[in-house]
Design a protein. Structure first.
Length: 152
């Protein structure tokens, strides 16, 4: 039982520094020498008392990446999958961002970037920039059109 208490204390300290997904916490504990069955018990306990919630993690992560990094839904989805979050927890977090919000944010990224779109090459670079940020092609293309319309 002492080992379980130590593992729980480790997990709580980790969660005190930053929120993590269940999968991330399992990996973090394993990297610190906690046995797999102990880590699983600690994660199950923390999920049971509401300290660890992948759906909440996905919502907060998505909100942060949208607002602070300007990421689009595709990049957020990929990052959450890489963090071991289940698709059923990801989709509601990503769906909270509608097409009009994505278009507005993608357009704002182009404005902040402040590069003229005066050639096919510059438009292609801007389109690539937005799609790498995780915006669907349709949204990125609409943002380019909006940016060009506002610039003229």
């Amino acid at each position: 039982m002492a080992d379980d208490d130590a593992a729980l204390e480790l997990a709580l300290r980790a969660l005190g520094r930053r929120e993590r997904s269940s999968s991330e916490l399992r990996s973090w504990l394993a990297n610190r020498g906690v046995a797999e069955d102990e880590a699983e018990a600690v994660v199950a306990h923390l999920e049971g008392i509401g300290q660890l919630d992948d759906a909440r993690f996905a919502r907060r992560y998505a909100d942060d990446k949208r607002e602070l990094a300007g990421w689009g839904s595709e990049r957020i989805r990929e990052a959450l999958l890489a963090r071991g979050v289940a698709p059923e927890d990801i989709e509601p977090a990503v769906a909270a961002d509608g097409p009009s919000e994505q278009l507005e944010r993608a357009s704002a990224l182009l404005v902040r970037r402040a590069q003229p779109l005066d050639s096919e090459r510059s438009r292609a670079r801007a389109l690539g920039y937005l799609t790498r940020r995780g915006y669907p092609y349709e949204v990125a293309h609409a943002a380019l059109r909006s940016y060009e319309r506002d610039a003229s």
